[in-house]
Design a protein around this ligand. Structure first.
Ligand code: GTP
Ligand code: SPV
Ligand code: MN
Length: 584
């Protein structure tokens, strides 16, 4: 029996409302993993894959209407609507507790309630945070085990404190009319009902480590960001840590697990995190980053031994695949796999695919869930309680046109502006249209748990406290040629761009000043051994001034929504860009 009174009270009250048949406290042990896996197989949540070739691997099929985050059903329930801001859906806390309470009422009848204590950040770190997720999904409990430091380690960290995130989750009937993901930043509480999928249901991830943590960070003076963290060692043995914000399904996992191209001998890459970074100002005036997670929930389609060999090796064992194709031999397949489409394969919905060839075999937002320890490139610094010192921050997005391959911000405030003006073509990671350009500041549009105007202000104020701030860059791997093909090879080749980023962040390397920022000359990016057509680099680095002038208007329209919560510092940056474009 768990001694912490507040935890017991939380569980007791939730159980009284949801009325499960029984309550199981998770301890994180190996025996428990085996037991829960057996339960998951029995209830149909997991299908065992071929245990010879894929030991410890299982397939999960989610409900067909429950395959991605549902942003229109996600709410920030602060007391004041203005504190959620114009970029979030808002519901008054009382109304949210009332509406969701009715759905939670009796929702776990006939089911087990799993009590999942979890720790975000390394054990023993003063920056780590504890949460407790109560869930009626054994798939969620097992996924949380892979994604977080789950079980007794979290309760030990908590001791008898009541400072923990209270997460309540029920699949209820999985009906979209009864699906809500509500965050109560003032009460460190999350209520999520009616979905069993990813960011909607694994409450440690987007709900706690981004939405609640971002709001808490604003109060406490740190940042919770949708960023990967990577360590890059040069042939001379110098390691540089870089973090990068890219919107959902825009390349963080791939960048974090990058394998250097053949021609870049002696370079090594270490994965610290692939999705979330908690950033603090260190005593040395540098920015320090911790990955609060302990596993990956990565995009499957497009993953193969050419694009992401480290991910391919990571998912050979102890992996839960969600919504991929199943082969008769117990293997898995997806679009963009190394192997051609199998002659016989069951699609993500469990239907035979080959006869009808309807839709894709794997869902475009199919995912792998796997502990970080399975990744061959995992960094030992992942467990460092202080995190890693960051030399460069990247803001990237999917843009077919306009945005050059890479350029550098003039300073921190300009870099904050580059983040605030990030826009990207939408992906399958959330429900809704795909491929539509939308503003996604800092890749945090769906994840910032408070008013985004205040958030930009917080970014600006962090810069004032950093005496050795990281340099900030904008990247775009996704420019297309007139036939729709990618202009830049991407993946491992992105290290060529990172090499310039590293040089610049160490005050070496050359660049030209342009209206949008410091731009490398084509010859500044080492393309030896990269199969790039003549003139490609000039196109990749071209600044389309007319396009940027048009873009200025779309920036203003977006910023206007924030009224007087828009920091003067952002407005000044916008004016500065306008003036430089006019002059140029
Ligand atoms: P979330 O987990 O949703 O936050 O996504 P993420 O940012 O980690 O994206 P991820 O690395 O999983 O990449 C998403 C998709 O983009 C995959 O299909 C990748 O194959 C593809 N992708 C990643 N990097 C590149 C790149 O450099 N070039 C191209 N063309 N595609 C890429
Ligand atoms: C994202 O959408 O950015 C993800 C996947 O990382 S989910 O956990 O579903 O949010
Ligand atoms: Mn993400």
């Amino acid at each position: 029996m768990v001694a912490n009174e507040s935890v017991r009270k939380f569980v007791k009250e939730a159980a009284a409302m949801c009325r499960p048949d029984d309550v199981v406290w998770c301890d994180g042990s190996e025996e428990e993993r085996e037991r829960l896996t057996r339960v998951a197989i029995r209830v149909g949540d997991l299908i065992p894959l071929d245990q010879q070739t894929l030991p410890g691997c299982y397939l999960h099929r989610s409900a067909a209407n429950d395959v991605a985050r549902t942003e229109h059903l996600t709410f920030v329930c602060s007391r004041e609507q203005d504190d959620a801001g114009p970029s979030n859906n808002w519901m008054a806390p009382d109304e949210a507790y009332d509406r969701l309470g009715r759905i939670f009422d009796g929702s776990m009848a006939g089911r087990t309630l799993y009590v999942v204590p979890f720790l975000m950040g390394p054990a023993g770190s003063p920056f780590s945070k504890v949460g407790i997720e109560l869930t009626d999904s054994v798939y969620v409990a097992l996924s949380m085990r892979a994604m977080t430091r789950m079980g007794n380690v979290a309760l030990e960290h908590l001791g008898d404190s009541d400072d923990f995130t209270r997460g309540l989750h029920s699949k209820a009937d999985l009906h979209i009319d009864r699906r809500f993901i509500c965050h109560f930043p003032e009460e460190n509480t999350i209520w999520s009902v009616g979905s069993g999928y990813g960011g909607n249901a694994l409450l440690a991830k987007k709900c706690m480590a981004l939405r609640l943590a971002s709001a808490l960070g604003a109060r406490e003076g740190w940042l919770a960001e949708h960023m990967m963290i990577v360590g890059i060692e040069s042939p001379e043995g110098e390691t540089t840590y870089v973090c990068g914000a890219l919107p959902s399904a825009c390349g963080k996992t791939n960048l974090a697990m990058l394998v250097p191209p053949e021609s870049m001998k002696g370079w090594r890459v270490f994965t610290v995190g692939d999705d979330i970074a908690w950033l603090r100002v260190g005593d040395d005036g540098r920015l320090w980053a911790v990955n609060p997670e302990a596993g990956f929930f990565g995009v499957v389609p497009g993953t193969n031994s050419r694009t992401n060999p480290n991910a391919m090796r990571t998912i050979q064992q102890n992996t839960i695949f969600t919504n991929v194709g199943l082969k008769p031999d117990g293997g898995v397949w997806w679009e963009g796999h190394d192997d051609p489409v199998p002659r016989s394969v069951t699609d993500w919905r469990g239907r035979s695919w080959n006869a009808s060839k309807q839709g894709t075999v794997a869902h475009p937002n199919s995912r792998f869930t796997v502990p970080a320890g399975e990744c061959p490139s995992i960094s030992p610094e992942r467990e460092n309680p202080n995190g890693v010192p960051i030399s460069a921050i990247l803001f990237g997005a999917r843009r077919q046109k306009l945005v050059p391959l890479v350029y550098q911000a003039f300073d921190w405030a300009h870099g904050t502006f580059l983040g605030a003006t990030l826009a990207s073509e939408t992906t399958a990671a959330a429900t809704g249209a795909v491929g539509v350009v939308r503003r996604d500041p800092m890749a945090m549009l769906p994840f910032c748990g408070y008013n985004m105007g205040d958030y930009w202000n917080h970014w600006l104020s962090m810069g004032k406290r950093l005496t050795r701030p990281p340099k900030i860059f904008r990247v775009n791997w996704f420019q297309r040629d007139d036939r729709g093909g990618f202009l830049w090879p991407g993946f491992g080749e992105n290290l060529r761009v990172l090499r310039w980023v590293i040089e610049r962040s160490r005050d070496r390397g050359t660049a030209d000043e342009s209206p949008i920022g410091y731009l490398p000359k084509p010859s500044d990016i080492d393309c030896n051994g990269a199969d790039l057509p003549d003139g490609a680099m000039s196109r990749l680095l071209h600044v389309d001034r007319d396009g940027w002038r048009t873009n200025l208007r779309s920036q203003s329209e977006f910023f206007e929504k924030f009224g007087d919560r828009l920091p003067a510092g952002i407005r000044e940056q916008h004016d500065g860009l306008r003036q430089r474009l006019r002059a140029g």
